[in-house]
Design a protein around this ligand. Structure first.
Ligand code: PAF
Length: 285
């Protein structure tokens, strides 16, 4: 696998291979890779002529500087994993390589994150999706991939990115299933910061989503009732809930709790100690 430390080199590599008619699948990451990322890489490698990955801890999408500083970084390990799982090229870079003239986030003009950034993560992490959309646009423009692969765990992010890709006219956004630990906890780079006891505690999120899915299968369609079911499960844990919701992705801005939904995505954010966790589940699948 080729590893470049500057997006400009990655751009040239992609240009050369595109000119040869090769199709490129891209996996954007912030490193600290886990099984979830590796499934994305394997799928991108199997569905395209070439698989590429970016590793860039994006300061524009963090709400707190301390969270950005604490984000785990291990480039050597990540590069080895990517190579072993079929990635052909990976690249990193500094902020200034993506935004010439800017060593720091201050002064960088962020994109409007679009309609899917409203509510939930958008409400609890103001500015987060503007930061995500801005860097993802740069990554797409750097590599011009045919397809880009994202995990369903960051469900709202996948909506924001699809909206961006629709405007750019590329790439095809492929959303891949959430990979879970044996107890149901969604894989996340943040899980490294959980103790063993917290990992068990955090499975309440999955159990709450699963309870909503069971209720859906039994015929429940009311958002308020589905939310109450999830709240009940979470109330039996030590997690601090930020939000619990059921949304129809086709009508994202409709958050009326009294409404019935015909397509439902249950979404939860909760804190387990100092670690913020998110997860979701499609109820009508
Ligand atoms: O999901 C992530 O890891 C990040 O939000 C992304 C898409 C790489 C943008 O920084």
């Amino acid at each position: 696998m080729e590893l470049f430390d500057a997006p400009q080199r990655a751009s040239r590599w992609c240009e050369k291979h595109r000119a040869e008619g090769q199709r490129i699948g891209m996996v954007p990451t912030m490193g600290a890779l886990h099984e979830g990322h590796l499934r994305l890489v394997e799928r991108a490698a199997s569905e395209n002529d070439l698989c590429i990955a970016s590793i860039f801890v994006n300061p524009l999408q963090f709400n707190e500087r301390s969270d950005y500083d604490a984000y785990p970084r291990d480039l050597e390990r990540d590069a080895k994993l990517l190579g072993r799982h079929g990635c052909d090229m990976a690249f990193t870079g500094a902020l200034v390589d993506f935004f010439p003239g800017h060593d720091e986030p201050a002064g960088i003009e962020l994109l409007d994150p679009g309609p899917f950034a409203e509510g939930l993560e958008g409400e609890y992490r103001p500015g987060h999706f503007a930061g995500v959309r801005t860097i993802v646009e740069r990554l797409f423009l750097t590599c011009r991939p045919d397809r880009a692969y994202f995990g369903e765990k960051d469900f709202q992010q996948t909506l924001v990115v699809r909206d961006l890709a629709g405007i750019l006219g590329f790439p095809e956004v492929v959303v891949c299933p959430t990979v879970r630990e044996p107890g149901g906890l969604a894989m996340s780079s943040r899980n490294r910061r959980l103790s063993e006891a917290q990992r068990i505690e955090a499975t309440a999120i999955y159990r709450a989503l699963d309870a909503a899915r069971a209720a859906w299968r039994a015929g429940e369609r009311n958002r308020g009732a589905l939310r109450a079911i999830m709240h009940r499960v979470l109330a039996g844990s030590a997690l601090q809930v930020e939000y619990v919701d059921v949304r129809d992705p086709r009508h994202w801005s409709d958050d009326d709790p009294s409404r019935d939904v015909q397509q439902g995505q249950a979404l939860i954010a909760a804190r387990c100690g100092a670690v913020r966790l998110i997860d979701n589940m499609r109820l009508d699948a």
